[in-house]
Write a protein that binds this ligand. Structure first.
Ligand code: NAI
Length: 328
């Protein structure tokens, strides 16, 4: 089901304290939205700049352990990689029976990376939007869509409390889809591991082909995405639809786009996506990522270096500067 504004209220949060643990991208946006929705919010953060930011924004700020102890509803908005360790040390021991623990990502529950107490609610409220925009939309009277799920219902009220959080951050103003933790994890990881690499590969392949054909690299890159025409087209796809937005292009363009789509063999892409999804579902990717973190992110740094020093990225960076595109 999809829940809208009239399907939820903040009533299940009345008389309760909501602790936002982690005042970063999502934490700052969600804490401010909930406060503006009339919720009693405290913040828990380690001693860093984000902690100072929370205090500057007018919140009562505590250590993560203290905020969790004060909260009846606890939003765990720290990076997925650090959640297991921080949960074990500071969050788990300070949760009371009947509290509600809210994740914004399904990862650690899907892969059993956290040993959750069984007398607390475990729910997911995952905005499909970066934090800054979660806040901007709310201020605009709108909201970012979100997924929500209930993994454990110890209080008997997990469902309505999760919806109340979604309501308070503004998500029901758009729409909130009920799903499962593992569905959120699978689709989120496949965006990153399947879809993005296909987009990026298409850009790289085009760059290689046009370079061979003697087209100046800056021209290729402006045409591909640096001019932002492509970003605007994607915006229109999101508001009008993939095919309907073609009305904004010439007929020559429409005919060319549709002919290309007809000629393209999608099977290798399907195969690639199936392989990636298999590694996501079997836990192979999660195990590899756990090992990678334990070894100090060696392969991640190596891959970053490799792509950062590629001809494509060097040309891209030079083009951004040459056309003054960074501040557009
Ligand atoms: P973030 O990278 O902005 O970090 C949030 C906070 O974590 C920081 O304020 C920092 O003080 C704290 N932190 C970092 N390392 C720590 C450690 N070792 N111990 C204690 N605190 C530490 O996190 P972000 O991006 O807001 O993600 C939070 C959650 O939201 C994650 O589960 C993420 O998957 C989810 N999410 C993020 C989205 C995004 O747009 N960034 C979108 C939807 C969900």
């Amino acid at each position: 089901p999809i829940y809208h504004e009239s399907d939820a209220t903040i009533e299940p949060l009345e008389g309760r304290t909501v602790a936002v643990v982690g005042y970063g991208n999502q934490g700052r946006a969600q804490a401010r939205n909930m406060r503006d929705s009339g919720v009693d919010v405290v913040v828990g953060n380690r001693g860093d700049d984000d902690r100072d930011q929370a205090a500057d924004d007018g919140f009562e700020v505590y250590s993560i352990a203290e905020a969790t102890a004060r909260g009846d509803v606890v939003l765990l908005l720290i990076p997925d990689e650090v959640q297991p360790e921080v949960y074990e040390r500071e969050v788990g021991p300070n949760l009371d029976a009947g509290d509600t623990l809210v994740f914004a990502s399904g990862y650690n529950v899907t892969y059993d990376r956290i040993d959750l107490a069984d007398d607390v609610d475990v729910v997911l409220v995952a905005p499909r939007m970066i934090g800054a925009v979660v806040r901007e939309l709310y201020e605009d009277g709108r909201g970012a869509p979100a997924l929500f799920a209930v993994d454990q219902d110890a209080s008997g009220a997990a469902h309505e409390r999760a919806l109340a959080v979604a309501h308070a951050i503004g998500a029901t103003r758009s729409g909130v889809v009920e799903t499962e933790f593992d569905t959120e994890t699978r689709t989120d990881l496949l965006s990153e591991q399947g879809l993005f690499p296909v987009f990026a590969s298409a850009l790289l392949a085009r760059f290689e082909v046009e370079s061979e054909a003697g087209i100046p690299p800056a021209v290729t890159l402006l045409e591909s995405y640096l001019s932002r025409e492509m970003a605007h087209i994607f915006e229109k796809c999101a508001t009008q639809g993939l095919v309907s937005q073609m009305d904004l292009h010439s007929q020559t363009s429409q005919y060319g786009q549709l002919l290309g789509l007809e000629a393209f063999d999608r099977e290798p892409i399907r195969e690639f996506m199936r392989d990636r999804l298999e590694a996501i579902d079997s836990g192979e990717f999660a195990d590899e990522w756990t090992e990678e973190q334990a070894s100090g992110y060696e392969r991640l740094s190596e891959l970053r270096r490799e792509y950062e020093s590629s001809e494509f990225v060097e040309t891209e960076q030079a083009t951004l500067d040459a056309f003054g595109l960074r501040d557009l």
